[in-house]
Structures are given as C-alpha cells and as structure tokens.
Design a protein around this ligand. Structure first.
Ligand SMILES: [Zn+2]
Length: 356
C-alpha cells in the first residue's frame, strides 16, 4: 500500500476511460490499483510480454491428471453454454490449454478449434486429441472473421495484457448473434473482500485484471456485445475455511518476521529470501482445480522454514475438510453466489448483429 505509486498517467482505465486510480497494495512486487471511476482493479504497469513469457515458462505447470478428473466439470460447462446456443456449431476456445474442454465439446457434437500460448499445452492438444489448437496470440491466429457460433474463455481474460483488444477480436471472430462465454475471478466475491491481498486469485503476474459483475459486462458492451447472463459461482477449491487458513498462515508469518526483525537475521532490503516473499511468489490455485498446497508443492523455489512447512502441512491435511465443507455448505453458499458473492464470475454475451 505505502510503496504503491500512481499508475502511469498515459494510461486510462480499460473499462471507463478514467485516468485516476487508487493504490490497493503491492502483491508479489506488483502494484494493484482500483479505478476511481468504475472500480476495475488492475496491475500497473502491465508487465512486458517477455516478462510474462518468462514467468509462464518458469511457473506454469499444470498436473494433467487433474484435467482428467475434471472431465465431468468440463462437460457441465459446455452443457451450460448450450443453454444459449442449443444448435451448437463451430466453437473456439481462447486459452484452450491442453484441449480437455474442447474434447468434451467435440464429444457433444461441436466442431472445435483453439488458441493457446503454451507450446507444451497446444502440442498436447494437437497430438493427443488431434485438434486444431494454434500456438500463438489470438491476434495472430489464422481464423476467419464471422466463422464461429460460440467462443469460450475459461479463466483467460484476467491473464492477458489487453483484454479489450482480445474481446474485440473475439467479437469479430463470432458470427453476428454468436455467443461468448467467459469465466474470470470475481473481485467482489466474499472471499476477495475478506482475504484482500491474500485472496488466492490475487496472484500477479498471472492475473493482471480483476473484474466484477459491473466492470466485465460494461467492457463487453464496449466491445460489441449484448450481455445475456451474469452470475457468480463458488469456483474450484476455494471456500471460507481455505481463506481462514490462508489468512492465518500469512498473519503468523508476519508476526514471526516482526519478532525476528529486531533480534537476528539481517533481512535483504528487497524482501527476497524471507518466507513472506517466497509464499507470495508461488502461484496459488487457478481455475484448473489445483489446490493451494499442491500449487505450492509444484513450484516452491526453496525449502521453506519449519513454521512454513508446518503451515503447508496443515493446509494439506485440511484439504479433505475443505472438500467436505464445500459440499456441506453448498445450501448456505448458493444464496450468496446468487447475490454475486461467489468467487467465479460467469458471463454470457452475444455479438450484436450490427457490428460497432
Ligand atoms: Zn474505470
């Protein structure tokens, strides 16, 4: 919060055009701001393309078996999309990853194609599923305008450097009346409000944009879409119990650092080498169903201290409890999700017939 600087004055809000934003906090070294005009939250400055490529090359490991296990979820998501386009047709997935969603869609009768930035994931989709998944930016994909009946982007838009450019391209790729389905983290969820910078999805530089049920529909309208449906859902692997553990872990660590500061351990000025720096740099759960403790295990760059190890073990041991609580609290959570407090924002929109 204290060392956040103003966002570069040359930039204006992607959604409302306002040029003023208030600093929220610095997460993993990336200042996060909230637009004073529309409350869009974002990282500024946006990291360079090469910095992001470097980050993904280092950190983006997805355990494939989680995808197989999530097969029922992939099918449910496609079935949900079909409420808006029951006649199916041609489907593009923007951020197709390893191709599991598209495989589910193809089984249901869709003619599918995908775009994916990861060479490994797109290669897997092509060789394992035999699907046309292009390994390039959406802007460079060899796809014809007006050629898709539907486009899906599950937890992709918050990762890209310029969501507006991407949405405009998606609008052009759709046939007039074609449907776009997006899933992104909901910055106005109960979890995001309660956990603040410790919200698992507050994880720059993976996530650069933090949308709400107000800001995302507004951006869609500006990009030539009519918004059909906006709702919030729980999201994977996240619930109150998980937040409580995450928050407790961070507070515990803060306390320990505070106590240690005077006594021993000269801290490096940049915070590198402290447990807090390490904890805040590991990717936390994304939409892919990886839990916090799994994500930490996958990419942990160094051996954590005893206290942190204990906390990780606690988080690990808590997973069955977390899962049971997720099931048990469903009747309680559903009304909250209907009120817009769920962690995941789901929006369907239609390309307007007259292009804008
Ligand atoms: Zn704004």
């Amino acid at each position: 919060m204290d060392n956040a600087s103003a966002p570069p004055q040359t930039t204006s809000c992607l959604v409302c055009g306002a040029t003023r934003a208030e600093p929220r906090f610095v997460q993993r070294g990336y200042p996060v701001f909230r637009c004073t005009g529309c409350s869009l939250e974002f990282v500024a400055p946006i990291p360079s393309a090469s910095e992001l490529a470097d980050y993904y090359n280092r950190a983006y490991t997805v355990p494939l078996e989680r995808y197989a296990a999530a097969g029922h979820r992939n099918i449910a998501r496609i079935a949900d999309l079909e409420r808006w386009c029951p006649s199916r047709g041609r489907l593009l997935e923007f951020g197709a990853s390893y191709g599991h969603s598209l495989a589910s869609a193809r089984e249901r009768g869709w003619d599918v194609a995908g775009v994916e930035l990861s060479p490994t994931a797109s290669e897997y989709a092509r060789t394992h599923f035999g699907m046309p998944v292009f390994n390039c930016d959406l802007a460079d994909a060899p796809l014809a305008d007006g050629s898709f009946d539907a486009v899906i982007g599950w937890h992709v838009l918050e990762h890209v450097r310029n969501p507006k450019d991407q949405l405009q391209r998606l609008s052009r790729l759709l046939k007039p009346g074609g449907v776009l389905g997006l899933r992104v983290p909901n910055i106005e969820s109960f979890g995001a409000r309660a956990a603040g910078e410790w919200w698992p999805w507050m994880c720059p530089p993976a996530h650069l944009w933090f949308f709400s049920s107000a800001t995302l529909p507004r951006l869609l309208r500006a990009c030539g879409f009519e918004v059909l449906e906006v709702k919030t859902l729980r999201g994977d692997g996240n619930n109150l119990y998980q937040y409580a553990l995450m928050a407790a872990g961070s507070r515990l660590n803060d306390l320990r650092l505070h106590l240690r500061r005077g006594a021993d351990a000269p801290r490096r000025a940049d915070g590198q080498g402290s447990d807090r720096a390490m904890m805040s740099k590991v990717p936390l759960p994304d939409a892919q169903g990886a839990t916090a403790s799994e994500a930490i295990r996958t990419v942990s760059p160094a051996q954590p201290s005893g206290l942190l190890q204990a906390w990780l073990r606690l988080l690990d041991r808590a997973q069955p409890i977390t899962d049971a609580l997720a099931r048990g609290t469903r009747p309680l959570m559903e009304p909250l999700e209907r009120r817009g407090w769920g962690d995941e924002l789901l929006v369907y929109a239609r390309r307007v017939t007259q292009s804008q």
